[in-house]
Ligand binder design. Structure first.
Ligand code: SF4
Length: 396
């Protein structure tokens, strides 16, 4: 798709997993045919920017040769499912179920490209979530509707729901009135599932899950250089990790067979390796100049925001530096949202980028106010006040 710096190629690795050979091909593609950077997305996909009309074909061939080509040409989702980067160790075979749902979804015409089925976890962003109730029984969640069925019947039940959804012409399942979706065959209406289901998020650093060592890294603001990506491939080889498992935290999870060989210092300059890194609490998009819709350098500004946001991040607050009202990096609200506008930032407290802006200020003023927010709170620190008169502008 076209962006401010050429074409963007989005890669949808099956199950969000890249073999190291596939990872090398992605790095080669980004270096030869892109701008030398890789984006890691919140849907566990990868993006190469800076592609041109002339380099589209060789990049497509390079990726297709390692099994990373597109899977459908009808405009539907290239990968329908999202699974946890740790999927594969549960009593219910989550990867097999996700593959079966993918097969079913490819046969549903008219499915919007952004349709998402979270398998083995619940995500607010997903149209449908499939949660494990037992080794052979699942709950299918669509908004406030919950159905229980056997894991064997789940792909056909999901297929029926997606077919009904596609027929509405809506873009997201949440826009469909609940009574439009009838109970799929072999399913029963069920009670609401307590809790949010298992999280897809894995904390950065070296830890273990069910006895399996895990080395998890997040890409700062979802971006890394090809060189950093290649250094991580070398680390994976050293520690005996056979693949990159992409995570919705815009990161990569490695399952090392030699965890004693992990040296955080080898990779700490390139990736987030600690849970308390404030960059984890700040979402941002590519912004200007790469995206034509942006007027502010969001990646650079988000780094300054993250520094100033540290005490608030430690309290569990989150921020969003968005290049424009579209809010690509973070669907939903944040405690503080800065929205790029005419080279400055509009401010939204506790809302979305498309909400009404309380004031519009340069990034320097936003950082200054963030310094006060730790003691007086975000709402007070960002209240329109005399301090900005003469230096900052209110929205028109
Ligand atoms: S939020 Fe706006 S500026 Fe940022 S990537 Fe999306 S469209 Fe571009």
């Amino acid at each position: 798709m076209p962006t401010g710096d050429g074409l963007l190629a989005r890669i949808h690795p099956p199950l969000g997993i890249l073999t190291l050979a596939q990872a090398r091909a992605v790095a080669e593609g980004a270096r030869r045919y892109g701008n030398g950077h890789l984006d890691l997305t919140a849907r566990a996909n990868l993006q190469i920017r800076g592609v041109s009309e002339a380099t589209t074909a060789p990049l497509t061939a390079l990726l297709g040769a390692v099994g990373l080509g597109d899977t459908r040409t009808d405009g539907g989702p290239q990968r329908l499912t999202l699974t946890s980067p740790l999927a594969g160790r549960e009593p219910l075979d989550i990867p097999a179920l996700a593959r079966a749902i993918e097969d079913m979804g490819r046969g549903v015409p008219g499915l919007p490209a952004k349709t998402l089925v979270a398998v083995g976890l619940r995500m607010d962003e997903a149209d449908l979530s499939v949660l494990s109730l037992a080794a052979d029984r699942v709950a299918i969640v669509a908004g406030t509707s919950v159905w229980a069925c056997s894991s064997t019947d789940t792909p056909s039940a999901i297929g029926a729901l997606l077919t009904a959804f596609a027929a509405t012409g809506k873009r997201r399942m949440r826009e469909v009135p609940p009574d439009t979706l009838t109970i799929p065959r072999h399913c029963q209406q069920s009670e609401a599932i307590q809790g949010g289901g298992p999280s897809a998020n894995v904390v950065p650093g070296l830890s273990s899950h069910g006895g399996q060592p895990i080395f998890a890294l997040d890409a700062p603001f979802g971006r890394c250089t090809v060189e950093a990506f290649e250094r991580l491939i070398a680390v994976a080889e050293t520690i005996g990790a056979p693949e990159f498992r992409l995570s919705p935290t815009r990161g990569i999870v490695l399952l090392p067979s030699h965890p004693e060989r992990v040296r955080l210092a080898d990779i700490a300059a390139d990736f987030i390796t600690t849970a308390d890194d404030p960059r984890r609490a700040v979402a941002t998009c590519t912004g200007a100049p790469a995206c034509a819709s942006g007027s502010t350098p969001t990646l650079r500004d988000a780094a300054s925001v993250a520094d100033a946001f540290r005490p608030l991040a430690a309290r569990g607050l989150v921020a969003h530096v968005s290049g424009c009202t579209k809010g690509c990096a973070k669907p939903g609200p944040a405690d503080l949202t800065l929205v790029g506008r005419e080279g400055q930032y509009g401010v939204v407290i506790g809302g979305n980028p498309s909400d009404t802006l309380s004031l519009q200020i340069p990034i320097e003023a936003a950082i200054e106010r963030l310094g006060r927010a730790a003691s007086v709170g975000l709402a007070a620190a960002f209240a329109p006040a005399s301090i900005d008169i003469g230096r900052n502008r209110r929205p028109a």
